[in-house]
Design a protein around this ligand. Structure first.
Ligand code: ATP
Length: 514
């Protein structure tokens, strides 16, 4: 079986070759961790956003959307805690001149020790066959026990250093565990420093009137500061939610894994405002509702897991991540957090405005509590690409690369292909396209053999190819080829809209959520 790293490399190059994602500013050798979505990528991305937006705003009558500005008053980021605490600990290697996150270096070291233990178990499992008892082996094997002790000690020190924000201790751990730079192989490290992840710029035209502003590192604050505006103008009654999709910016120290960690990315966030005391009930509701949203796409239920946070931010009273099985392991795609009244109270304090809700049923005013659901569009895009990609061996030794994208998300729903470029077939194909294009994203192609055209559509995940041939001109039927099974059936042109809509409509996915 191909190594997962190799599979991931193939997916990255496929994304470029077939017009999904390009490195930004490529003719100038690129810009670190910034990417552009190409002609197919933007369609897939828009479909993901539409699925999220409609699941939020159409299916929940108490959720409305907004689109707030990227620039916001700088005090907002003071109130939210981002100016003081949105930091990562960084460390430089003097030989390679490379910069790393100190916490990531230590986490990688922990992962290495865990890997050693796992290898030890795998070897023993092979040796003992069916008789192998892994739990017993882990409790008794001296090498595993020694590594377990080492791992637990390192983990405890690391966790304490992170909790105490103790940068000197983080450096000491790197020294004590002799962690080397993966590039230079040396231990020539600088001290660990805090690095704020927000991008800063100036607003204003003259030197004395300029003001430092930030590119928002999350979309959530645009919702909190509009809480009163939306509640009053929308006459919203608690519980209710405000949804937003938009760009966010973080000056990530180490950007890795393609579009998984970018410096400019997009978030889909929904803040749900509830009565104090009811937040944990709503937290459970959103935890389940969001997982159902993911699973309804059919990427494979086993690819998701929750990662409940044991260590909570000081303002949160429950938090979980939905992780997806990427080729490089289970990784966070979405966070669901119970944030208490922290955000609204902070903005009340810093703005001097009263931000409260009068609950007519209870006949009292209070600061609502908040459940946040926050998902990265780009990470969602990556999870869809990774689970859809297949390098398929066909009967007879042939191969093809196919993207089994959820049909409702596919950039193009059907390709319309005249068998040859003559005998009235192109005209008939255009006629079919003119009928379908109001409801479905269609693509017309008449170059190359039909076989080659099928392969190109497989590679971008087009669910259906419609071929117009001699018979079409006689009886108004076409062949309809299915991307996944490659089966072809003869169908009447008049039946095409119903067939394509049945399989490709977003409505059918949304209905699974109810
Ligand atoms: P991580 O721990 O991976 O840095 P985070 O916990 O800081 O992520 P949140 O602040 O909870 O992330 O942001 C919510 C969502 O936004 C994440 O679940 C992720 O999908 C997305 N996201 C965050 N940072 C990035 C990034 N640099 N590039 C792409 N997506 C991101």
């Amino acid at each position: 079986m191909a190594k997962q790293e190799d599979v991931f490399k193939k997916i990255v190059s496929h994304a470029k070759e077939y017009g999904f994602v390009f490195p930004s500013s490529e003719i100038y050798d690129g810009l670190g961790a910034v990417y552009d979505y190409a002609q197919n990528g933007v369609e897939l991305k828009n479909n993901i956003k539409r699925y999220w937006w409609e699941a939020m705003t159409l299916l929940h009558e108490n959720i409305v959307g907004i689109d707030s500005a990227i620039f916001m008053h700088p005090t907002i980021w003071k109130a939210s805690g981002h100016v003081d605490a949105f930091n990562d600990p960084l460390i430089d290697n003097r030989d390679s001149k490379k910069r790393y996150r100190a916490d990531v270096l230590i986490e990688d070291e922990i992962a290495k020790i865990e890997e050693k233990m796992n290898k030890e178990c795998e070897k023993a499992a092979k040796r003992f066959g069916d008789k192998f008892d892994e739990a017993m082996f882990r409790q008794t094997n001296p090498r595993v026990l020694e590594n377990q002790k080492k791992r637990d000690e390192l983990h405890a020190r690391y966790e304490k250093a992170m909790n105490d924000n103790d940068l000197a201790e983080l450096k000491q751990i790197i020294v004590d565990y002799e962690i080397v730079d993966p590039v230079s192989g040396t231990k020539n490290w600088t001290d660990v420093r805090q690095f704020n992840l927000m991008f800063k710029t100036q607003m204003g035209s003259s030197a004395d009137s300029t003001m430092d502003v930030y590119l928002r590192p999350e979309t959530a604050q645009g919702i909190f500061v509009n809480f009163l505006n939306v509640q009053k103008t929308g006459r919203m009654r608690i519980p209710f939610g405000i949804a937003q999709i938009g760009k966010a910016f973080r000056n990530e120290i180490v950007a890795r894994q393609f579009i998984f960690r970018m410096r400019e990315f997009e978030q889909m966030e929904m803040q749900f405002f509830v009565r104090p005391g009811e937040e944990l009930k709503w937290f459970e509701f959103w935890r389940e509702t969001r997982l159902r949203w993911h699973k309804a796409l059919g990427l494979g239920d086993e690819k998701y897991r929750f990662h409940d946070h044991e260590k909570l931010a000081h303002y949160a009273n429950a938090a979980t991540d939905i992780e997806f099985k990427m080729p490089f392991g289970f990784k966070e795609v979405e966070g669901i957090h119970s944030r208490t009244d922290f955000d609204l109270s902070q903005h009340a304090k810093y703005s001097g405005k009263k931000i409260q809700y009068f609950d007519a049923e209870l006949n009292e005013s209070y600061t609502p509590y908040v459940i946040e659901t926050s998902i990265g569009v780009d990470r969602m895009f990556l999870s869809v690409m990774c689970s859809s990609y297949e390098d398929q061996q066909l009967e007879g030794g042939d191969t093809r690369v196919v993207l089994h994208l959820p049909k409702a998300l596919a950039p193009i729903k059907c390709a319309i292909l005249p068998l040859v470029r003559k005998d009235g077939m192109p005209e008939k194909a255009h006629e079919i396209m003119n009928m379908l294009k109001f409801d479905f994203a269609c693509y017309y192609e008449d170059k190359d053999t039909v076989g080659k055209r099928y392969r190109r559509q497989d590679a971008i995940g087009t669910p259906y190819c419609i071929t117009v041939d001699g018979q079409t001109l006689e009886d108004n039927t076409v062949t309809l080829r299915d991307r996944d099974t490659m089966q072809q059936q003869r169908v009447a042109i008049a039946d095409l809209p119903a067939i394509i809509s049945q399989e490709c409509s977003l409505n059918n996915v949304l209905r699974k959520l109810m």
